[in-house]
Structures are given as C-alpha cells and as structure tokens.
Design a protein. Structure first.
Length: 129
C-alpha cells in the first residue's frame, strides 16, 4: 500500500460506516485525500439518509481530518484526456468516477476503490479493498 492515497466515494462511505478492512488500510497511510466530487456525493448521501443530521456531522468530521482536493484546470485536462482515451476504447465510465480518478492521477496518488471499470484508465494506480 502506498503512503498516500485518495479515497473514492464508496471507500470514504465504507470508512464512515466503520468498515474494519478499510480502516486498517487507512491507518497504514501517511496521508489520506479525497476529491471535492466525492465530498459532494457523501453530502448528498447523508442528506438523503434516515439520519441526516448525524450523517452530515460524520461527513464534516471526516472531511476536516483529511485533505480534500479541488478540481481545477489541471484536473480538467487529465479528465479530458482520460475520457477521450476511454471513448476511443469504447469503455466509458461514470463522469463522477472519472473526475475522482483524474484528481488522483493529477496528484500522483493511488485511488482506493472497488470500481473495476477504473481498471480501464491507463496510468491510474489503484488499491482495491
């Protein structure tokens, strides 16, 4: 496992639910990141949960403890290149997953996720949990 990694939405959500396997992975990292896109998805999920107030608080605590990477012009450049590569292969993936993966690639981070479709992204380092 690398010393620095970016959690996608499903990994962050599993951590927030107390997934022990993912907690062990995160404990072994020097730095933990996520994308602002994943934060948006987490907030959406918390707002539509059975206990929005508590879940929004959990998301806020999580976000305060890690580094949240914004999407900027450099991220957009990675996104455009990777999206075109995937289109040329006939292997598109959901846009939010692509934005999150693009942030990981831009910053030289491994992406922690379970989305097999991310295997299609050339140059993306992945850690599955």
């Amino acid at each position: 496992m690398p010393g620095r990694a970016l959690l996608d939405t499903s990994a962050a959500a599993a951590f927030l639910r107390g997934d022990q396997q993912l907690s062990d992975i995160i404990a072994g990292l020097d730095e933990v990141f996520t994308s602002v896109v994943a934060v948006g998805e987490l907030l959406y999920g918390a707002r539509h949960s059975s206990n929005p107030a508590a879940n929004l608080e959990r998301v806020a605590s999580f976000v305060a403890a890690i580094v949240v990477l914004p999407c900027d012009e450099a991220t957009a450049g990675v996104y455009a290149r990777v999206k075109q590569d995937l289109r040329a292969k006939g292997r598109p993936i959901p846009d939010n997953d692509l934005w999150i993966a693009s942030a990981a690639m831009q910053h030289g981070l491994a992406l922690v996720n379970r989305d097999a479709h991310c295997d299609e992204i050339e140059g993306l380092e992945r850690e599955t949990w």
